[in-house]
Design a protein around this ligand. Structure first.
Ligand SMILES: [Zn+2]
Length: 114
């Protein structure tokens, strides 16, 4: 990879970073709530589906947020956006690291020529 290829690729990635205000970290899972008595659905063993956002923190702590069904599509999009944003940041960081090493090596060669 040449310097100009790395810079172009980095700038393409950076241009993709948008809608940063709507990112959300965590994972989504569905679980069923079962009432102990007085609910015909639960008496039939069906239960009620409930969506939960699970967010992990350093030290193994987690927080769970129960969601209304109508919130799920937006949460899914926000989780995707977080993942894509993180991948893009990682790609930019790798390219900047490559450029850093290139700068160092070129400076080193100039010193030897002098
Ligand atoms: Zn029930």
């Amino acid at each position: 990879m040449t310097r100009s290829q790395a810079v172009r690729s980095r700038d393409r990635h950076a241009a993709k970073l948008s809608e940063l205000g709507s990112v959300l970290r965590g994972s989504l899972f569905e679980r069923a709530v079962h009432h102990s008595s007085g609910c015909p659905k639960c008496a039939r063993g069906e239960g009620h589906p409930l969506w939960v956002l699970n967010v992990g923190y350093p030290g193994g702590k987690t927080r769970q947020v129960s969601l209304r069904p109508e919130q799920v599509p937006e949460v899914r999009r926000a989780l995707d956006r977080y993942r894509e944003t993180k991948e893009t940041l990682e790609a930019i960081s790798e390219l900047n690291q490559f450029l850093l090493r290139l700068d160092r090596d070129e400076a080193h060669e100039k010193e030897r020529e002098a």
